[in-house]
Design a protein around this ligand. Structure first.
Ligand code: ZN
Length: 285
């Protein structure tokens, strides 16, 4: 099932996309798309639900982040062999783990704001893994049972902050609006094989990235098991699993995002996002 949240930022309501691609409301059934919906009990309930019994939502409301309760937004670096090559870095022998601050999360069609002083704003289309139940020291063979589903993530990155500010990457990964998630949370039963998901990304209509998750260095099950050795993964936590080749930093010459640019990214299984780049306002919140 494709779960969504629709409506004004901060006032989203729960819904789903039916087999015909129409938006239907779940507001009479559930408070929000939280762990009570995408966790194991909720998914058993969803499988018994008849989408045609749900009211259609009129118009084309904004879609927000498709679920709530994200306590951690973890990301994996250089997880595609060909992307490591374009970055001029060795293929990792163990996962490169960094964090995106949860305050960076934004809706799939919301603007991406370029921070003051940023000059190397870049794109990264990724498969996002959403945890469905508490995972701690899980075995790789069991790991997918802890996954609620999958979503599209744009791991927006400011390369100067990421690579020229010290030994870690986090400062260039978690600025406000650097974490578009959605439009859908696709439940695990709708994705036959997380290692066969196509991903693409365009800038101003020009194809920049094209890849398939089969080319990951470390697959989804391994990553869930690996991370659960170092932290307790909680329902709602998101793992951005790395990006295929074609980022702006890897182009010759490099191509970075400017205000006015439009980034469109998608996957046949996960839906489409679109973001306009704007300058961030230079004022306190
Ligand atoms: Zn990334």
């Amino acid at each position: 099932m494709k779960l969504v949240r629709y409506g004004r930022n901060g006032h989203e309501r729960p819904g789903m996309i039916d087999a015909q691609g129409r938006l239907r409301s779940l507001a009479a059934q559930v408070q929000d798309i939280d762990a009570s919906v995408f966790g194991p009990a909720g998914q058993r309930w969803l499988r018994r639900l008849d989408p045609s019994s749900l009211p259609l939502v009129p118009g084309r409301p904004r879609l927000g982040v498709p679920f709530v309760g994200i306590s951690k937004f973890i990301a994996i670096g250089l997880n595609y062999r060909d992307h490591a090559e374009e970055a001029g870095m060795p293929v990792p022998t163990s996962p490169i783990v960094f964090t995106k601050w949860t305050s960076c999360i934004s809706g799939p069609y919301d603007a991406v704001l370029r921070p003051p002083g940023a000059s190397k704003l870049d794109w990264e289309v990724e498969l996002g893994v959403v945890i469905g139940r508490t995972a701690r020291f899980v075995r790789e063979a069991d790991a997918l049972k802890y996954v609620a589903g999958y979503c599209l993530v744009n791991d927006v990155s400011e390369r100067a902050y990421q690579l020229e500010q010290g030994s870690q990457w986090n400062l260039g990964k978690g600025c406000d609006t650097f974490g578009p998630i959605g439009p859908w949370l696709v439940t695990r039963d709708d994705i036959d094989d997380p290692q066969n998901v196509d991903l693409w990304l365009d800038v101003n209509g020009e194809r920049m990235q094209q890849g398939n998750t089969r080319n990951m260095v470390f697959g989804v099950a391994f990553l869930v098991a690996y991370l659960s050795r170092f932290m307790t993964l909680l329902p709602g936590d998101v793992i951005a699993t790395g990006t295929p080749p074609g980022v702006g930093m890897g182009r010759k010459p490099p191509r970075y995002l400017q205000p006015g640019d439009e980034v469109t990214l998608g996957s046949p299984q996960l839906g489409v996002q679109r973001q306009r780049i704007r300058n961030a306002p230079q004022r306190p919140a």
